[in-house]
Design a protein around this ligand. Structure first.
Ligand code: FES
Length: 386
């Protein structure tokens, strides 16, 4: 019988979770698995159902989020290059979230799904919530760590397709059930028939120890590989099925979302532009931003704050009343928009809302309000930043 090289056995042993960890994880992690599965599936469907997520003119689009991330992310050099690929990246993220969510709910290729969830969460942490303050208010970091137990322990065999596949593969290979159960070692000693006064008869009377127990030894790798091969074939076929369901679900979500009109969105603001050659002109009134007519009553317009390069936003809430702010969200640096339905400024990343009158936080994780700017209307019909 062919044997496996010791190096390979050693590598497997190093990366295999302890049996008791798998047995406990199967049940103990079930609520977390359910939560992550539902959340990622929902997040992916929400993206494909919202046409504005892929509309680069919308302030809640993936493009707008990448532009914001390129300003504040520690990997801004990379993110800047991704801006041109915003739509394909958005599609990949949405489909990946649905696939990861379904894989997690079904317990199919769970370790792979969890690794994908952890990678995606870490990418979002670096791009969207790196500057969340305090750091624990950034959900992506929490998601990253929530995935790690599944990367380590997989789904075990509890209520999972991985478990069904493993059992089916073991049955086809005429092996016993692959289910891992936690049994006290003292009980193993009692049942094995080789235990005598603290010594192991099979090991020539050496002291009985769990770490060297022949009963607990891994099955030969030839046996394990046979079962493993069958399991991979079955799991791959199931994954292909789930992939089809993912694409179908995404298509249905997109159709339903578009027919319902998508989620509430901030008004797509005008970009204030001063007349050619006078963009940064300064007068006694301040820095010229652009014509008042570009900010009709009840709408917002954006501009770049010359001193900082930050995006600014100005809202004409009622005739002649202009509220202006540095539009960088104090939570993690996304760009806030004006939601006319609710008459508030809100952040598309984690939902912080701010009072239009003074920029103070209404709700959400932002630790403080928006920085207020002073914008005045000049006698020439233009807006000026003080
Ligand atoms: S960046 Fe998190 S709420 Fe704005």
């Amino acid at each position: 019988m062919a044997t496996n090289p010791p190096a390979r056995q050693g590598a497997r042993a190093r990366f295999a979770p302890p049996p008791r960890a798998s047995a406990l994880a199967g049940w103990a992690l079930l609520p977390l698995r359910l939560f992550l599965g539902v959340t990622f599936t929902y997040a992916g469907l929400q993206k494909v159902a919202n046409p504005n997520f892929f509309n680069s003119a919308s302030p809640i689009s993936i493009h707008a989020q990448l532009v914001a991330a390129a300003r504040v992310s520690p990997i801004h050099v990379i993110v800047r290059h991704l801006e041109g690929l915003a739509t394909p990246i958005g599609i990949v993220i949405a489909l990946a979230e649905i696939a990861i969510g379904l894989g997690t709910l079904l317990g199919l290729w769970l370790r792979v799904a969890a690794a994908g969830g952890a990678l995606l969460s870490f990418f979002l942490f670096l791009t969207v919530s790196f500057h969340a303050a305090p750091f624990y208010t950034g959900a992506d970091l929490v998601f990253f760590f929530a995935w790690l137990p599944f990367v380590i322990a997989g789904s075990a065999t509890r209520l999972s397709l991985d478990g069904l596949v493993a059992a089916r593969a073991a049955a086809e290979a005429r092996r016993g059930s692959p289910e891992v159960v936690a049994v006290p070692f003292a009980q193993i000693s009692r049942l094995c028939g080789h235990y005598e006064h603290g010594r192991c008869a099979v090991r020539d009377g050496a002291p009985c120890e769990a770490s060297r127990c022949p009963v607990l030894a891994e099955p030969s790798f030839d046996e394990a590989d046979d079962v493993h091969r069958r399991a991979v074939v079955l799991a791959t076929a199931s994954a292909a099925l789930v992939g089809g369901v993912t694409v179908l679900g995404a298509g249905v979500g997109a159709v339903v979302g578009r027919s319902l009109g998508g989620a509430a969105v901030p008004l797509a603001p005008n970009e204030l532009g001063a007349p050619a050659g006078t963009r940064r002109a300064r007068s006694a009134l301040g820095i010229l931003l652009g014509p008042v007519k570009d900010v009709p009553v009840g709408t917002a317009a954006t501009f770049t704050i010359p001193a900082t390069g930050d995006p600014g936003i100005v809202v004409q809430a009622s005739a002649g009343v202009f509220d202006a702010y540095d539009a960088v969200c104090p939570h993690a640096g996304c760009t806030v928009g004006y939601y006319a339905q609710n008459h508030v400024l809100a952040c598309p990343c984690h939902g912080s809302q701010f009072l239009l009158d003074n920029g103070e936080v209404i709700s959400g994780p932002a630790p403080h309000g928006l920085a207020k700017l002073t914008v005045v209307e000049g006698p020439d019909g233009n807006l000026y930043l003080k």
